[in-house]
Write a protein of this length. Structure first.
Length: 346
């Protein structure tokens, strides 16, 4: 058991009362901050716990680790509401109050975590709550939110750089492109936007429209294959992949592009499989390792991502690929920052 945050002299009276209580044991494991019920009936005990919780959730400032009592009150309320509902008691009003309390705690999460600090992890180790009692895992939720925010910033910067590079290449290759090509580009851009928004069915229609205008663009067929694969249409997906393959110069290029597309739709298993195949086909190229590193980042396996990025940088330097070497060096610094963030607890 972790060391208590309070000395024996300052520990609340209710902690010692529990040692001598004649109340029957409950199904909720109790930590050192548990507050025993004092009301006479089950419904009264729920209302009393709700009263206490409502006072505490609006007065977190200065509470310190004692704010953890709120989590025990939540446990007590949740358990007793469930028991009363099973017994046929009308507790709709109490249920609404509890749901309101949960929203209030969620909104005040940062203030709560600032008060309890590391005591939350220690108390959680004692209580060992089920994951359904989400209020015991507020620190983990906050950490995930920070990682997602940082990842979005990093990925947004990378996408901006790629878009700028793509715009330059498009200008060099398609100076004053014909109207048909411009329409295809608008469709493909709309398709990629819809992929980011998660609307795969609408994205598929855009890529099909673009491919009808510029059928020699392999990326448009590749996207159709990836989306159909995600929509559960394996035969149509394979037909699209076969056509895309015929337009790429090498199988290696096809695997890299498809792996990046799978990564963008969030299919990490498929993206990693393409990365592994690309590495097996051309182990002297750093691009396969670069793709696998991106998959590892999305899986939050930062050590594996850094190792692959270092390998990709070494191979890029040996091959004289300055572009890939620059990408890997920049992304390695970003991943190191992500790993550092993942080790910092609130």
């Amino acid at each position: 058991m972790s060391v208590s945050w309070f000395s024996a002299a300052s520990r609340p009276v209710w902690t010692d009362c529990m040692r001598n209580s004649s109340q029957p044991d409950t199904t909720t494991r109790m930590g050192k901050f548990f507050v025993p019920p004092t009301a006479r009936t089950p419904a009264d005990r729920v209302r009393e716990a709700l009263d206490r919780a409502e006072r505490q959730v609006t007065n977190l400032r200065g509470a310190g680790p004692r704010a953890l009592e709120l989590l025990h009150l939540f446990d007590q309320i949740a358990q007793r509401l469930m028991e009363l509902e099973a017994a046929g008691v009308d507790v709709r009003a109490e249920r609404v109050r509890f749901e309101t309390l949960q929203r209030q705690l969620s909104h005040r999460r940062d203030s709560f975590l600032a008060e309890v600090g590391v005591a939350l992890r220690e108390e959680r180790a004692i209580v060992q709550p089920d994951r359904t009692r989400w209020w015991w895992f507020l620190d983990e939720a906050a950490a995930r939110r920070r990682w997602r925010r940082l990842r979005r910033g990093l990925i947004g910067g990378m996408i901006a750089a790629i878009l700028l590079a793509g715009a330059w290449l498009a200008y060099e290759r398609f100076i004053a492109p014909p109207p048909r090509m411009r329409r295809a580009f608008r469709h493909s851009s709309a398709g990629e936007t819809l992929v980011e928004e998660g609307d795969l069915q609408a994205a598929l229609a855009e890529f099909e429209a673009a491919a009808a205008l510029t059928p020699d663009d392999p990326a448009l067929w590749l996207w159709q294959g990836v989306i159909r694969s995600e929509l559960g249409e394996p035969e149509e997906a394979e037909r699209a992949f076969d056509f895309a393959r015929s337009l790429y110069e090498t199988e290696f290029d096809f695997l890299l592009e498809r792996g990046m597309a799978y990564l963008r739709v969030g299919d990490l298993t498929a993206a990693n499989a393409d990365a592994e195949q690309a590495i097996a086909q051309n182990p002297q190229s750093g691009w396969g390792y670069y793709l696998r590193a991106n998959v590892a980042v999305e899986r939050e396996d930062y050590d594996a991502a850094i190792a692959d990025l270092e390998r990709a940088a070494d191979l890029a330097r040996a091959a004289g690929d300055a572009e890939l070497e620059a990408y890997t060096r920049t992304q390695r610094a970003m991943v190191i920052q992500l790993r550092l963030q993942s080790t910092v607890s609130p």
